[in-house]
Ligand binder design. Structure first.
Ligand code: ZN
Ligand code: ZN
Length: 172
């Protein structure tokens, strides 16, 4: 697995030395890349477009990936698709003022891993669903209702609530 601190570290100082309007595109493709303690992406691919502007470097990026997840309804292992876009302006140190948000590092290197991590984490749903019409597990007998029709009442119940319901039923 590639280390994220190196995988997305770009040497962009040379772009700062180019004329306004110059741009370069960097392509990325990683079979697997850990972006965060809790986020291992697979098939991460995307590009970062970097353009020299009057005040610095304007970066625009888009990435897609999948992450291992569990369907919140049927508990099946699945690949959660993720996609994000972001744009960041890195101001040249000599153009920076009080309003500057991000200054281009003096060594001319930008590490996009923490930026990508922040944007990708926003995209991770609180609960994944393997497909929009996933019927989930039967709260009564636990069969996967996508593959089997047990004949029990077909109202959807969150499996976590189903566990709670079973506990309450036991107490009664
Ligand atoms: Zn499912
Ligand atoms: Zn059932």
């Amino acid at each position: 697995m590639s280390k994220p601190d190196l995988a997305l570290l770009l040497e962009v100082g040379f772009i700062a030395n180019e004329e306004v309007g110059y741009s370069r595109v960097f392509d990325f493709d990683f079979p697997q890349l850990r972006l965060d303690e809790d986020l291992v992406t697979e098939n991460l691919s995307g590009e970062i477009h970097i353009a020299r502007t009057a005040n610095g470097l304007l970066t625009r990026a888009h990435f897609t990936a999948t992450a291992k997840a569990t369907c919140g309804r049927c508990l099946k292992a699945m690949a959660q698709p993720l996609a994000c876009e972001f744009s960041e302006l890195f101001t040249l140190p000599n153009k920076a003022d009080a309003n500057t948000e991000t200054i281009l590092p003096h060594d001319g290197k930008i590490d996009f891993a923490p930026i990508l991590r922040d944007y990708m984490l926003i995209e991770v749903p609180i609960s994944s669903v393997c497909r929009p019409d996933c019927k989930g597990l039967c709260p009564t007998c636990g069969v996967n209702r996508n593959s089997e029709d047990c004949g029990h009442e077909q109202n959807y119940v969150d499996p976590r609530l189903a566990v709670l319901k079973a506990l309450l039923d036991n107490e009664n």
